[in-house]
Design a protein around this ligand. Sequence first.
Ligand SMILES: [Zn+2]
Ligand SMILES: [Zn+2]
Length: 94
Amino acid sequence: MECKLCDEPITNPLCQDCLKDAVAQWLQEHDPQRISDLAHETNCLRSDEGIMCVVCKHDFSICTYCYAKHVFNWLKDGRLQVEFLHTFNFLTFS
Ligand SMILES: [Zn+2]
Ligand SMILES: [Zn+2]
């Protein structure tokens, strides 16, 4: 199964919704008023087909890398972006 955005195989079977929960927790400490906007941004990437998330068992088709990149761009704020990369460095950018 390839990611719908970058065409690379999805190697980390975690969906955008489960990642969103982790990012929302992080935002709670940094910029809580943006959490609802994050939910909206995440919904835009939702899909009914793809591979099954190991955590919530829903199908998804966006890799963790593309989701992290999407959130990173959405954050805009340079200070938050640095914090984001520091906290979510397991979602390696390449
Ligand atoms: Zn991707
Ligand atoms: Zn999930």
